[in-house]
Design a protein around this ligand. Structure first.
Ligand code: NGQ
Ligand code: ZN
Length: 453
């Protein structure tokens, strides 16, 4: 099926262009022409930009947003939050998984994301036994993507141990656990579950160095000859200390030394790195999976963005715990974390005159594309027609100053500016609202009422 659109303004690889005709066939952009012919095309007012890939999500955690912001008995931290998260996920059934994930994906689409890499580890039944279909939960993730229209890279997570040195899993982890063989079956079933989805992709996600051993990590990586590989690393200082005690090396240094860190890899968080780890990671071609809003929420720390950018490092953004879903706000938080640490401004724009917003947006599109392993992230031939239309009539958008438009979105308006969203050439969000908003929201509310009863 082919369709043509005519956008009043569009952000193309070379920058903003006026009167842009985009021809789409089977969900893919086949031709882009600035000043192109209007006949036979649908006219769309607004500022068209490529949809942002979300490179790191645990969709089910959307259901606990707002429920962990009360002080506990002592020393609230990432680790006490994790206990609450384990308690929350104890109650999630496959139907709940669908309800919460679809709501999270709808929220992403309404907030400027058009694709997601789901780092999926909630595999087994509540008692820890595999479901009859070992990929039951993964199938619900695929169903949620199908229902909402978001592009999916599904990353079944390999989780085998409770801590460094093959520590036994704790009770709260029983729904995650697989052997490498069991994991291989899960990946095969998950692959079958995503087959009907347009251009969906599968990869793997060894959860963290805490959750694997060197031998099991190598086994699952060797069994995946292609596709993205995502892993959490160096998010908390305690994880770095435990890794040093276990191996004498820090997590990212260990990965760089022991695994072939190629562009297939996405190192999620990479918060606590030495200067040399930061530079080595940049040179490896892997993507740093930054989740600045969640990292702030969980008290993780601050990524060394300036050093990494100067070294040419690649990055993308992820919504992780999904506590606040907003592509613009995620990029803003990344820059603001640097400003707060350095007491400076415009830290992540490297040359005089550069726009912080434009630079971050362009880099996050490229890094997201690499981490998701899908042809996305540009309004250009060969890319999926995943396009976000921003409101050109918003009072903060000065019609004659396109050089400020992305900064206005990222630093001023955030997701309120998102008007219409197209995925694979079909509009799923109009005037800021997903076409199935009411039904997906009602089902989510019902599921949450039951889960948190
Ligand atoms: C997760 N989330 O897998 O959901 C983790 C917490 C862990 C973040 N790290 C659990 N943000 O790392 O063990
Ligand atoms: Zn995560």
């Amino acid at each position: 099926m082919s369709r043509s659109f005519h956008f009043s303004d569009a952000w193309l690889p070379a920058g903003w262009a006026r009167d842009v005709r985009v021809d789409v066939a089977d969900g893919v952009i086949v031709k882009v022409a600035a000043g192109g012919e209007r006949a036979g095309s649908e006219r769309i007012a607004g500022l068209a930009v490529p949809g942002m890939p979300n490179l790191h999500s645990h969709a089910f955690q959307r259901g606990m947003a707002g429920l962990t912001e009360r002080r506990g008995p002592a020393n609230d931290s990432f680790w006490t939050w994790r206990e609450l998260m384990y308690r929350f996920l104890e109650r999630i059934t496959p139907d709940d998984m669908l309800a919460v994930t679809a709501f999270a994906y709808m929220d992403m689409l309404e907030a400027g994301y058009t694709s997601v890499a789901e780092f999926h580890y909630l595999h087994h039944d509540i008692d820890g036994r595999p479901y009859g279909d070992v990929a039951e939960m993964a199938s619900r993730v695929a169903e949620a993507a199908d229902e909402t229209g978001i592009g999916l890279t599904l990353l079944p997570s390999f989780y085998a141990f409770g801590g460094f040195g093959a520590a036994a899993p704790k009770g709260g982890q029983r729904r995650f656990i697989n052997t490498p063989d069991g994991f291989a079956k899960l990946v095969e079933q998950a692959r079958a579950a995503i087959t009907p989805l347009p251009a969906a992709r599968i990869g793997i996600a060894p959860h963290s160095l805490r959750a694997v051993t060197p031998a099991t990590l190598r086994a699952v990586v060797d069994a995946a000859p292609d596709g993205p590989i995502h892993i959490h690393a160096a998010e908390q200082t305690r994880e770095v200390e435990d890794c040093l005690a276990w191996s004498g090396r820090r997590p990212v240094a260990w990965l760089l030394d022991e695994m072939n860190m190629s562009p297939r890899w996405c190192v999620v968080h990479a918060t606590h790195l030495t200067a040399s780890e930061t530079e080595r990671l940049a040179r490896s071609g892997a993507v740093a999976g930054l989740c600045p809003i969640t990292e702030a929420s969980l008290g993780d720390g601050i990524f060394d963005g300036e050093r990494y950018f100067i070294a040419g490092g690649r990055f993308g953004i992820g919504t992780d715990s999904n506590i606040e879903v907003d592509a613009a706000a995620e990029l803003r938080q990344l820059e603001y974390s640097q400003r707060l640490r350095d007491r400076m401004r415009n830290v992540l724009a490297l040359s005089e005159g550069d726009s912080v917003g434009q630079g971050l947006f362009a880099s996050a599109l490229a890094g997201g594309r690499q981490a998701l392993g899908r042809p996305i992230g540009a309004i250009a031939p060969g890319h999926r027609a995943d396009i976000v239309v921003l409101d050109e009539a918003h009072p903060d958008i000065r019609p004659d100053q396109p050089q400020h438009w992305l900064d206005a979105w990222i630093f001023v308006t955030g997701r309120r500016l998102v008007k219409d969203v197209m995925v694979g050439g079909a509009f799923v969000v109009s005037d800021g609202r997903h076409r199935r908003h009411a039904a997906i929201a009602a089902r989510y509310r019902q599921a949450l009422t039951r889960i948190t009863a």
